[in-house]
Design a protein around this ligand. Structure first.
Ligand SMILES: Cc1cn([C@H]2C[C@H](O)[C@@H](COP(=O)(O)OP(=O)(O)OP(=O)(O)O)O2)c(=O)[nH]c1=O
Length: 192
């Protein structure tokens, strides 16, 4: 893809995924508060965060290129799971996911001045039943830190996952097909 954008993300996975589809980018900083509002649905929440990251990134940029922001959350039993605060929190989340199917939502937003466009991708992920040993060994690997719901499908947790339906790259943090489409449509609109 022959476009150049800014990426409002500190996630190394998102950089790698954008590289994978040939989008040229520089990173910009975007610090926002991540907290659901009362009554806000999971879908609205994840879309709002992606958009706020892109908007914050745009403010910090030279405003010459579109800025991409993204956010990933996990939903199970109407609960939103984000990055673990500590070992106890990670253990609680993994116990909740054990032996069940959950939803992963990744939202991607593009912003350039008055132009904004976003997309939401849902993936269903099924976990095998996890033993206490699985969970404590997994925490000790260090992998849960910094990952939504405390797991990484692209890492050791791949061995816990017996089925997925949707976008693998979306679970890792940036859905490749939908992101490429979003960038293409955004460029068309801006250059019209
Ligand atoms: C579920 C899952 C999440 N993740 C990662 C993707 C995201 O980086 C992270 C979810 O946190 P996010 O808040 O979406 O993103 P981030 O804080 O890491 O990065 P930034 O806001 O700067 O863009 O979890 C995986 O790497 N593998 C997985 O299987």
């Amino acid at each position: 893809m022959n476009v150049s954008i800014y990426l409002a993300s500190s996630s190394p996975r998102r950089s790698e995924l954008l590289n994978q589809i040939g989008v040229l980018f520089d990173r910009v900083k975007a610090a926002i508060e991540e907290k659901p509002e009362t009554g806000e649905s999971a879908q609205d929440y994840v879309l709002r965060l992606a958009l706020q990251k892109a908007q914050a990134g745009f403010k910090n940029s030279d405003k010459e290129r579109p800025v991409l922001g993204a956010d990933t959350i996990i939903v199970i039993d109407q609960k939103i799971l984000e990055k673990p605060r500590d070992k106890k929190h990670a253990r609680e989340m993994l116990q909740l996911l054990s032996g069940r199917v959950h939803q992963v939502f990744t939202a991607v937003a593009l912003v350039q001045g008055v132009y904004t466009k976003s997309t939401l991708v849902k993936t269903e992920v099924s976990f095998k039943k996890l033993s206490e040993q699985d969970i404590s060994d997994y925490w000790r690997s260090g992998e849960p830190v910094g990952k939504a719901a405390g797991y990484a499908i692209q890492g050791i947790a791949g061995k816990f996952i017996n089925n997925i339906s949707g976008s693998y790259s979306g679970v890792v943090g940036l859905p490749l097909f939908e992101t490429a489409e979003l960038i293409r449509e955004f460029m068309e609109e801006v250059n019209h």
